[in-house]
Design a protein around this ligand. Structure first.
Ligand SMILES: CC(C)(COP(=O)(O)OP(=O)(O)OC[C@H]1O[C@@H](n2cnc3c(N)ncnc32)[C@H](O)[C@@H]1OP(=O)(O)O)[C@@H](O)C(=O)NCCC(=O)NCCS
Length: 205
């Protein structure tokens, strides 16, 4: 596997089967870590079919090399707009770990949360989950552990024209320019300032 074969994209309701298959491919230990409890096939299926694609954001990393694209990593950003806190659940299939996949997914989720005015994102984890602890520390998250339960939190900066522009460019790469234009016009479009910053960054990158 080469990192060049991996592609990060926003996921939609139509990707539910791939999300379900990815979570089912996790071994027992990884599933327990992902759901912070033992997770039978029924628990995974129940979780998957309750996912909210209107309020929350979903990102995946696809492997492009095989004939049928496979979802190899998945991040769910649950948006609590009332408390302005986002909660992230993340999983990467074993052979794809330690290639920066989780870091990329986290960066994308943070970008979205920041631009929607959230103040903080958090992740719950089991205290013995050393991989998650290492990831959280690498992302400079504040980590606390009590009674075997861990929590990692990251304060977010307020949005800026630059952070909106970054998301414009990311969205462009993820869904392609044509769908992106449709998506953004449905959600009110972007201001001229953001558009200018995005174009400038895109063409000078
Ligand atoms: C935790 C998890 C998501 C990390 O995914 P990943 O793609 O391997 O993480 P990354 O490659 O992006 O790692 C980023 C950084 O975190 C640290 N890190 C991650 N895994 C590590 C490990 N096993 N040992 C040491 N450092 C580690 C490193 O600093 C790493 O950067 P580097 O490789 O440049 O040194 C993955 O192990 C996983 O899916 N675990 C099971 C599910 C789970 O625990 N989910 C979290 C609870 S929601």
């Amino acid at each position: 596997m080469s990192c060049a074969d991996l592609l990060l994209k926003q996921l939609s309701l139509s990707n539910l089967p791939e999300i379900h298959d990815h979570l089912m491919r996790l071994d027992d230990a990884s599933r327990s870590q992902r759901f912070a409890q033992r997770a039978s096939n029924e628990v995974v299926a129940g979780y998957t079919y309750k996912l909210d694609f209107v309020r929350d954001m979903h990102y995946g990393v696809w492997e492009d090399a095989s004939e049928a694209q496979q979802l190899r990593a998945y991040a769910h950003l649950a948006m609590n707009v009332g408390s302005r806190i986002g909660e992230i659940g993340i999983s990467v299939e074993e052979p794809y770990r330690r290639h920066g996949v989780a870091r990329q997914l986290m960066a994308r989720a943070v970008m979205h949360a920041r631009n929607r005015g959230l103040l903080e994102i958090m992740m719950y984890f089991q205290a013995y989950n050393s991989d998650l602890l290492a990831l959280a520390r690498c992302l400079k998250m504040q980590v606390s552990v009590s009674n075997g339960e861990g929590m990692a939190r990251l304060r977010l900066n307020p949005p800026s024209p630059g952070s909106y522009a970054d998301e414009v460019i990311a969205g462009w790469a993820e869904v392609g320019p044509a769908s992106w234009v449709t998506q953004t016009s449905e959600t009110g479009g972007v201001t001229r300032l953001v558009w200018d910053v995005a174009l400038q960054r895109y063409f000078t990158a």
